[in-house]
Design a protein. Structure first.
Length: 75
């Protein structure tokens, strides 16, 4: 992150504080990006689980229909 002023005009202690503030800001930005990625990952996992449940439900439903048709044909 660029600082809009010239650092050489400030005492060394202030420069160290500026650097610490910049580091904290970049850590916050990385933390925010990590949080966004984590939310996307958990959303993708939930969608994946929902799809698996839907597939399993469809499979069970089709097997149930086949079983009913088999029972009806055998009668």
């Amino acid at each position: 992150m660029a600082v809009p002023f010239m650092r050489e005009h400030f005492p060394e202690a202030i420069n160290h504080r500026i650097i610490r503030i910049e580091n904290k800001m970049s850590q916050l930005e990385l933390g925010h990006a990590y949080e966004i990625l984590w939310n996307w990952k958990s959303l993708a996992f939930r969608v994946s689980m929902e799809l698996q449940i839907m597939r399993a439900n469809a499979c069970l439903t089709s097997q149930g229909v086949e079983a009913l048709w088999g029972a009806a044909v055998s009668e």
